[in-house]
Design a binder for this molecule. Sequence first.
Ligand SMILES: Cc1cc2nc3c(=O)[nH]c(=O)nc-3n(C[C@H](O)[C@H](O)[C@H](O)COP(=O)(O)OP(=O)(O)OC[C@H]3O[C@@H](n4cnc5c(N)ncnc54)[C@H](O)[C@@H]3O)c2cc1C
Length: 492
Amino acid sequence: MSKKAIIVGSGVGGLSSGIRLAKLGFEVLIFESNGFIGGKVNSKMIGEYRFDMGPSVFTEPHLIEELVSLCGKSEDFFQYHKLEESCRYFFSDGQHVTIKSGKQEVSKSFQEHFGEDLSQTKAFLGRIKSNYEAVYPVFIEVSLHRFTHWFNKSVWKAISRIPKYGLMSSMHQVNKSNFKNPKTTQILNRMATYNGSSPYKTPGMLNIISHLELNEGPAMPKGGMVAITNTLKKLAEDCGIKFYTNEFVSAIIHQNNEVVGVKTKKGSYACNLVVSNMDVHFTYEKLLNGFAAPKKILNQEKSTSAIVFYWGIKGSFDQLGVHNILFADDYESEFKALFETKSMHVDPTIYIHITSKIEKNDAPNGCENWFVMVNAPINIGQDWDQILSQMRERVLTKISKQLNTTIEELIEVEEISDPRKIESTYFGKQGSIYGNSSNGAFSAFYRHPNFSKKIKGLYFSGVTVHPGGGIPLALNSAKIVERCVKEDFLLS
Ligand SMILES: Cc1cc2nc3c(=O)[nH]c(=O)nc-3n(C[C@H](O)[C@H](O)[C@H](O)COP(=O)(O)OP(=O)(O)OC[C@H]3O[C@@H](n4cnc5c(N)ncnc54)[C@H](O)[C@@H]3O)c2cc1C
């Protein structure tokens, strides 16, 4: 009889863990407290407009393709557009710049728009590519908590490059020392927000994110971001995985420090192992009540949250692309507000994502679906209703000024999300999107391992555990869980 695995949560990390364990021969059950599958990667129709409700930037599509191939499906099972542009940037002095992707194109743009030296930019982009390639096999694809994982032949290459990572300097310091124009630095600094961190605190090592965004360039799944979780759901169903939606797991049952099942309102379910895709903080707080939690890990500074305005816009704007950023003038103050005073800056950086630029059915003819996001601090009980009304005003004023149009008059449908909603819908502790922030040189070592050292049969996947935030890393967390399970259950 096959062994049974229960996955708590159907986010990217949960779905991909389920598929991998099913392929190892486990009978897999996935429990999801929401009525839909996919966690933060879900989609909603608001009037005639379709919106991706969570992530918008997608890199490393090969990680989805890997799962497609693991399940024996053909390549076209998951399709995506490779975007020529990485992002359009708008500065308050009126300058706007489109940055394409690819080393050559990016270097040319930085030279043309910001006066940067072509060969110096190329060298920088080459360096972050090499850093990425060196750290991937020893930090990202493996558990940092099992010696046998990271001690492989790649470790020497990774160690030999340590002086080049910028571990002891902040991302900002590294970027500032490589580029003369503050605007170039600001563009590169932005990548810290991809895992909810501050470029003024996160180590220069995290410039490897720019490799994915600038050298490789972003992709967009055909059908929108939700195609990622729809694809994973189809693969899971094909593997025979059973889904239990609207069923919140209230406890992980363990006896003699070994997992034996889970509990929900509808009853208890026995199993041989559990993978929690729930925020690790809440896994201890809500599902392992009374069990000693690893306080040092759980008490690290949390990543940012977000306020999102989903606006159906009656009109279309050629100035805007799929990804657009309207920068704050004083970027450093914005991050101080987010992390130190846990407040919104008066002049926030605004991100506008428009899938209907490519996916024409996402909005009515001549209209656009705007996903407008500003980074927000975690929820510590701020007066969010008051903040939202103030932010809505500020965001509208700033966009209207840049586009020289009164945007409010064009809003046909609207919904708003804030840190409270992120916490209540997806169980992200205090609304943080990525669990712990990476605001320290050794943050990677303060992320929770992908397995419990104290309860046999308990594993963790998703953005709040190693290797960290974002869809690609959640997919890697599932790969690590698969390897740990194989080792622990002595599977070949
Ligand atoms: C506004 C926003 C913008 C983002 N932008 C990007 C981006 O551009 N690019 C990117 O890569 N990432 C982005 N992210 C992060 C991205 O959503 C995550 O990296 C990704 O979805 C992986 O999440 P996860 O696997 O940790 O699971 P989650 O998506 O957090 O899902 C966890 C699931 O578990 C369920 N659950 C929790 N506890 C229980 C329980 N006890 N019982 C049953 N079910 C439970 C929850 O309901 C949820 O569905 C963004 C997120 C948000 C909110």
